[in-house]
Every structure is written in structure tokens, then in C-alpha cells.
Design a protein around this ligand. Sequence first.
Ligand code: AMP
Ligand code: MG
Length: 467
Amino acid sequence: MTIAFDHSYARDLPGTYLRVAPDPAPAPRLLVLNRPLAAALGLELTDDQARDWFSGAALPPGADPIAQAYAGHQFGGFSPQLGDGRAHLLGEVVTPEGRFDLQLKGSGRTPFSRGGDGKAAVGPMLREYLISEFMAAAGVPTTRSLAVVATGEEVWRETKLPGAVLARVAASHLRVGTFQFFAARSDQARVKALADYAIARHYPELAEVETPYLALLDAVIARQARLIAEWMGLGFIHGVMNTDNMAISGETIDYGPCGFMEGYAPGTVFSSIDHQGRYAYANQPLILGWNLARLAETLVPLLDPVQEKAIEIANDRLTGIAPRYRTEWVAVMRRKLGLLDQDPADAQLADDLMAAMPGADWTLTFRRLADETALRPLFDDFTKMAEWLPRWRARAGEGVAQRLDAANPAVIPRNHKVEEALAAATDGDMAPFHALLAAIQEPFTEAEPYMLPAPTGFGQYVTFCGT
Ligand code: AMP
Ligand code: MG
């Protein structure tokens, strides 16, 4: 078969990328292929094609690999030049559901690599595969993972590790940082071209409105506020919410040192380099606003010819982010609590649950709300819950147990299970990975060994950026 690639990004946005080919993997071995996703993209691949095309061992016919330029605020500090330092966009696949980027990650150095080796290790690429596929199964907007291929090369991190390439599928790879790259160079023509491209690709209904760039800002705010509310609902901690890791499409992107909170603790951080807790669980909604302010800055010249007026317009929108996020969060909580309609008191009900929950397992608490016997052991101190539960029961009404089961995953990629699977895969045994993948792909179905929190000996979970 061949892949009917299109290349709208390369065609429409000259000067925003560099043409560069992936490194050929010396001894590629297919570790996992997402057949349902391949089918949805209209790809009927043999295993050998997947192995060769998604490792860089061979270029699929019609591919035109490029590395995209972008900048970004990393932990608050601005880097004017990041870009795809270890990724190659092969092209876009157009399906009835839309246009999707097909990108290789870990596929070799590019002119954006700076000091990096352009490579990736098996563990982190399988981690992205697992977590992104869980997010998709849980109904959260996300980039998808099509395949992971071991390259047969060794990469050097803290130690020597087997190398791998991830084939990633995304609505696009436009980031807040893509706009920042050109805004920082005062290249207004390219910021406008990017905005026009983003509208055409992700928000075509805005093309004809009177103020399309303001509408674009509003639309990104809306999708991102919803996305972060969904993350919070799952206990997801992205770990590196830099502006280069925030997608204009509203998808979750770039799974690095991420993880899921077990016991509810708002300050939870997993990333070894996040000493200040900038990207802690409870800080994510604030970072949402901070990052979107950086996007708004790039769009200011497009909002009004009079700069002061443009800034006023942008500020007005930025002030609206916190209340909008709050509305989205309450909506997520209503769903998680099995509430069928809206009541102004729901926000307080959700807040009071948060006040009662510290320490209790985030995932299992929601799953077991209707079963007090199973719920109690999750809490060291049940006093506040004992007061809260009757209020919730009265509000939730009949049939709530089923609604809880449909809204709250039983299985999440628990950190100790992810580590177990990745350690085994690094040693050449893919069986635990496939078993875990099967469980997280059906997250609303109970699967005993994958539901329990980490054993006490697992200790504080730390994830590393050296991915
Ligand atoms: P990330 O932290 O993965 O979002 O990446 C931030 C920036 O570092 C991006 O520009 C990446 O392309 C680049 N980068 C990360 N790892 C590597 C690597 N091993 N080699 C080259 N560039 C890298
Ligand atoms: Mg990134």
C-alpha cells in the first residue's frame, strides 16, 4: 500500500520549517502497532511496512519530512528557538474525520537539535503510547500513537538504553510556541499566515466572521479550558506545560514526565525538574491562563490597528479564562458525580468533596461513591465524607451508580504499573506492556490487578525529563 500524503503545512507556510530526513534505524523491530488507528486513517499496513516506515528505516512513498520551527516558555523562561529537535513530520493524512499529521519522534537530529542527540528511548516512547491511548479511550482530546519501533540503536541517558521511534498522529502540531517563534522575530506576516492556517484547519467556521483572529483566541481559550478541566477530572498531571507543549487544536500533546495522581493532593508534582511545583496538579488551571496570555500577545497586532485598543481587547479575553475554566470544571464534576441536570449549588458540592478528599485515592473515590462500604477504606478520616455523602445522594437521585461507572474510569495507567511495563519492555519483554495496554484501553471496565493504588513500598513517584 501507499499513504496518500498531503503537505498543507509545508505548502501554505514556507519559512516556518526546514526540510530534513529522519535517520535510518539500523535494525528496526516493531514493538506495537495501533491497528484500529491505522484503519481509521485508511492505512492497511503490513507489519514490515510499519516497522520500516515508522522507524525511519525507509521513507514511505510520498513523505516529505520536515522539522517545524517553534519557540516556547519553558518553566517561565523564554527560549526563542526550540523546534523539532528530534521529530520529523512525514506529512498529513486526510480522512473523512479530518486532516491528521503523521510525525516521527526520536527519529534523529535536525537543525533544531541544539545539544540533543535527536533520539528517544524505548521506555518514554512506550509511555507516550500508553498514556495517549488511555486519554483517547477516556474521551479526552489527545494526539494518538500509531506505533513504536525499536531502532536497534542504543541511546545514552543516565545509562545506555535501547532506542525507539514513536509514530504520532495529531490534529496538527501547531503550538502556542509556533506563534511565539515568529512573534519574537516581529515577523507579523508569518504570525498572520499561521493564524489563517489554524483557522482553516481547526476552526473553519471562523473564517467568515468579522474579527477572525479574536475569534481564534476565543476558540483556543474554549478548547484549552475544557481540556484542562478534563485533565483535572482524571487526576492527570502533564508535568511540562510549557507553551511549546500547548496545542492550538486543543489536544493534549507531548507526554513526557506526566502521570496520574493517586491520593488526592493538590500540590502533587512528578517531574524531577519541577522543583517549584510550577506544573503541580492544582497549578495547571493557572498555567492555562498564563500560557494563553502568551498566545494572546502574539495575536495583539491582528486584533486592532490601534495597539492600546488591541491590548484592551486581549486583556478582556484573558480575564475571562478563570471563570470559563471554573464553569468547565464544574461541568466535569457534575458528570463525575452522576448529576443529571444543573443546580447552582453544584459548584459548592464539588468544592466540599475536594475539602473532604485529601489523601483518598482520586480514581477509586469517584468510582466507589455509591458504595460506602468500599469507599470507607480509601479514607484515613471519614468525618467530612460522612457529612458530604447524604447531601450528594439527595442531589444525585436514582440510578447514580450506573452513571458513576460510565463517567469514572476504573482503570487508569497507575504509575507503578506503567513503570513495571516500561522496565520489562526495556529488558525486551513486551508482555506486561500489552496486558496493561489492553486494560487501559477499556478504562470503564473493572480489571482487578490494574485498579489498585501503588503498594506502600513504591514510594514517592518521580518522572524524568531525560526522555
Ligand atoms: P520537550 O521537553 O520534549 O517538549 O522538548 C523541548 C525541546 O527540546 C523541543 O525543541 C525538542 O525537540 C527538544 N528535544 C528534546 N529531547 C531532545 C533530544 N533528545 N534531541 C534533540 N532535541 C530534543
Ligand atoms: Mg515538546
